[in-house]
Design a protein around this ligand. Structure first.
Ligand code: ADP
Ligand code: MG
Length: 298
């Protein structure tokens, strides 16, 4: 098997001391992302709110409009991006000093741990002493993320989107690696518990100085697969849910079992069932994101 070259394999002439290696890593990441116009992260803090479904569909919607889009799946322990975007049926190709990302729906470039794991059931195995496992995990995650960003041949991209794992502190390593992260899109359910947790991610992003593009209210109502009417799912349905005053709501996406099933089969619902309410809500999200970055209504 061809070895993927990592930053540990320094080119001849590179300083081998730690400070030198670190400088080389930072420089490598900077050069790799020079050809990327905008990076932003999809974040929540809470698990199971639909971050990955939103990321996959937003990426597909932007790519379908002709933008060059890449996705980094920063959820190493529960990677799902390759599956949701129908990518990774071919082994990853290694070119010079990088690995070529897998191609998913609408040509979205994907880099995810599930493209590197053998077999569907394989979990990521964190080695190291148990009592230090948190430190190990944090370090390993940051290293893996850096490699995903800098050892992947992204090429020219309009948007590089990061799908973050649950955990209100998960934006910290991303900010450490990408000082000019263009923003975060928060995903919440219209419930008090979700608001409680997602608000912490909001505070964390603000403290780090990352622009908050706005929030997505996911699972706002349930679309009946038979009559397509939208019924309530959470108690707050029907009333206006607000994550926090002044933070713009970017979209309200109803829970639609057909939309979910299509996306989970590797055909993002925005492409597979474009007329559905959820697809239209995600297109509205794409509009808002484009307005944020391109500075004009699409
Ligand atoms: N709006 C939606 N309609 C249908 N299914 C959804 C919707 N949002 C999320 N899901 C489903 O809910 C589950 C959790 O979503 P996921 O994107 O994995 O959440 P997270 O990444 O925040 O942990 C998945 O099975 C996903 O397909
Ligand atoms: Mg996820």
């Amino acid at each position: 098997m061809k070895k993927v070259r990592t930053y540990y394999d320094l080119p001849a002439g590179t300083r081998s001391d730690i400070a030198g290696q670190l400088a080389a890593q930072v420089e490598r990441l900077r050069r790799r992302l020079e050809s990327v116009r905008h990076t932003f992260a999809v974040l929540s803090g809470k698990g199971g709110v639909g971050k990955s479904l939103v990321t996959a569909n937003l990426a597909a919607a932007l790519a379908d409009r002709g933008f060059a889009v890449g996705v980094v799946d920063a959820d190493l322990n529960g990677p799902s991006m390759a599956k949701l975007l129908g990518a990774g049926r071919e082994p990853l190709e290694v070119v010079e000093d990088a690995v070529r990302p897998a191609l998913g729906a609408a040509g979205v470039k994907v880099m995810s741990m599930d493209l590197l794991l053998e077999g569907e059931e394989a979990p990521v195995n964190w080695t190291g002493p148990l009592q230090e496992s948190f430190i190990w995990r944090g370090t390993l995650e940051a290293n893996a993320l850096r490699e995903f960003l800098s050892d992947t041949e992204w090429g020219e991209l309009d948007y590089l989107i990061l799908d973050l794992p649950p955990g209100t502190d998960r934006v910290i390593p991303v900010h450490g690696l990408l000082a000019d992260l263009g923003g975060v899109v928060l995903v919440t359910l219209p419930s008090e518990l979700s608001r409680f947790i997602v608000s912490k991610s909001l505070t964390m992003s603000r403290e780090l100085g990352i622009p908050v593009i706005g929030y997505v209210e996911n699972m706002s109502g349930y679309v009946c697969p038979n009559c397509e009417r939208v019924g309530p799912l959470f108690e707050s349905d029907g009333s206006s849910f607000e994550l926090e005053k002044g933070v713009p709501q970017l979209a309200e996406i109803p829970f639609d079992p057909i939309f979910g099933r299509e996306t989970e089969s590797g055909r993002p619902g925005v492409l597979a069932c474009p007329e559905s309410r959820s697809a239209r809500a995600l297109q509205a999200l794409a509009d808002r994101v484009l307005t944020h970055f391109e500075g004009k209504s699409p």
